[in-house]
Design a protein around this ligand. Structure first.
Ligand code: S3P
Length: 429
């Protein structure tokens, strides 16, 4: 993909459904006692991986008038083939939790990137609950020997991970008694909200623990998935960075554990507002309005993103690093070593590509220091097939001097297949 600088972002958009919510809602619908209808399901390849795995497990899913329809009271069958999770960590980790509570054996495989990511973080708690999991060096392929009756556990998460928390909570549906997950830092809470929204009470306590009492089963029902705020983030950033921009995005998920990106940019002086906020099955969503220009972004204050802020910004950190290169005083990211374990080593890929565009970046084991403001120039971007890196640097390309070429840009389809056409529709030269 070749990209040229833009003058302005202008337009009104609605986006496909949130990826994290879509994975969870598909799993909930597959497990529910009655039928479910999902509208605005994510178009991400990652979510298609979840659907294909469920179909291999014997779950029938129909497409009807742009909706996904799941019959209720479905029974999982032992799959004849390996379940292919593709590039999707959420599919592999959360589905492992579901399968831990089923009396069958299934093998989960992934692409090269997913097969290099750490899985001990789910193997340990799921084995404590009574599943048996074979892995090679703590990595996929994983062979899961589930059990329909698991032991409830109280488990303190060693890393802040919504995927691990969710795997344990899904397994807890088939445990006899109270399953509790204790977090040290709050991670995205879609699982908790959607469990409550579909009839399985989950309590969230002030000590950052979440509990559910098993065995428990979801009611089915209808849901419209809110637009993906992590996809919206790229357009919001582009609008903020290009003066004279005016962008409205309707129907976007505004869950506070996901929308921290918007509040961080607002606190730095960006002109971003939200309105028309409603909720759907406990998930807030609404309209985001952005006016361009970073003149009001005050200079030389300490802009450090660290500690408890990191989990709710985790997928937006490469993009925040790009924005940081344009802000007086730049930004500092710390306590984010988890970024090295994503689809690519996102600290390394962000530093590499920002430097290729002329930015000054210092890399730490757990973060980055990006100086700003620095004019960027067009460059050859190595996405390492990481969708969030390709999209963050497409935004950088709009504010750079000269042409930028993004290698492996088709990887954006992992989370946002419509990214480049939508960007072209709102970016004015
Ligand atoms: C996700 C959680 C995060 C995030 C990923 C999606 C989820 O991963 O980076 O894109 O849907 O729960 P971790 O749980 O590994 O932090």
């Amino acid at each position: 993909m070749r990209l040229n600088p833009a003058r302005q972002i202008y337009g009104l958009l609605r986006l496909p459904g949130d990826k994290s919510i879509s994975h969870r809602v598909a799993l909930i619908a597959a497990l529910a006692s009655a039928s479910s209808e999902i509208s605005n399901f994510s178009t991400a390849q990652d979510c298609a991986s979840t659907l294909v795995c469920l179909q291999e497990l014997g779950v029938s899913i129909e497409r009807r008038d742009q909706k996904l329809v799941f019959a209720g009271n479905q029974k999982f069958v032992a799959p004849e083939r390996s379940l292919d999770c593709g590039n999707s960590g959420s599919t592999l980790r959360i589905l492992s939790g579901v399968l831990a509570g089923h009396d069958l054996t299934a093998e989960l495989v992934g692409d090269e990137s997913l097969s290099s990511r750490p899985m001990r973080r789910i193997i340990e708690p799921l084995e404590l609950m009574g599943a048996k999991i074979e892995a090679t060096d703590g990595k996929a392929p994983l062979k899961i020997h589930g059990s329909a009756k698991l032991n409830p556990i109280t488990y303190k998460l060693p890393v802040a991970s919504a995927q691990v928390k969710s795997a344990i909570l899904f397994a807890g549906l088939n445990a006899e008694g109270r399953t509790t997950v204790i977090e040290t830092t709050t991670s995205r809470d879609h699982t908790e909200r959607l469990f409550n929204g579909f009839g399985v009470p989950v309590t969230t306590n002030s000590d950052l623990s979440v509990s559910l009492d098993g065995p428990a089963r979801f009611n089915g029902g209808a849901i419209t998935v809110p637009g993906d705020v992590s996809s919206a983030a790229y357009f919001v950033a582009a609008a903020m960075l290009l003066p004279e921009s005016q962008l409205t995005i309707e129907g976007v998920g505004l869950n506070p554990t996901r929308a921290a990106f918007l509040s961080v940019l607002s606190s730095w002086g960006a002109d971003i507002s939200t309105d028309d906020v409603k909720t759907e099955r406990n998930e807030p969503f609404g309209t985001i309005n952005v006016r361009g220009g970073i003149d009001r972004v005050a200079g030389e204050t300490d802009r450090t993103l660290s500690r408890a802020m990191i989990p709710s910004l985790i997928d937006e950190l490469p993009l925040l690093a790009v924005i940081g290169s344009q802000i007086p005083g730049g930004i500092r990211i710390r306590d984010a070593s988890e970024l090295r374990l994503k689809e690519s080593d996102r600290l390394a890929t962000t530093a590499l590509n920002l430097r290729a565009m002329g930015a000054e970046v210092e890399e730490f084991e757990d973060g980055l220091l990006v100086s700003g403001p620095t004019p960027l120039h067009g460059a050859l971007i190595d996405s390492r097939n990481d969708h969030r890196i390709a999209m963050a640097f497409a935004v950088a390309a709009l504010i750079a001097k000269g042409e930028t070429q993004i290698e492996g840009s088709e990887c954006v389809a992992i989370s946002f297949p419509e990214f480049f056409p939508l960007l072209a529709s709102i970016a004015k030269q």
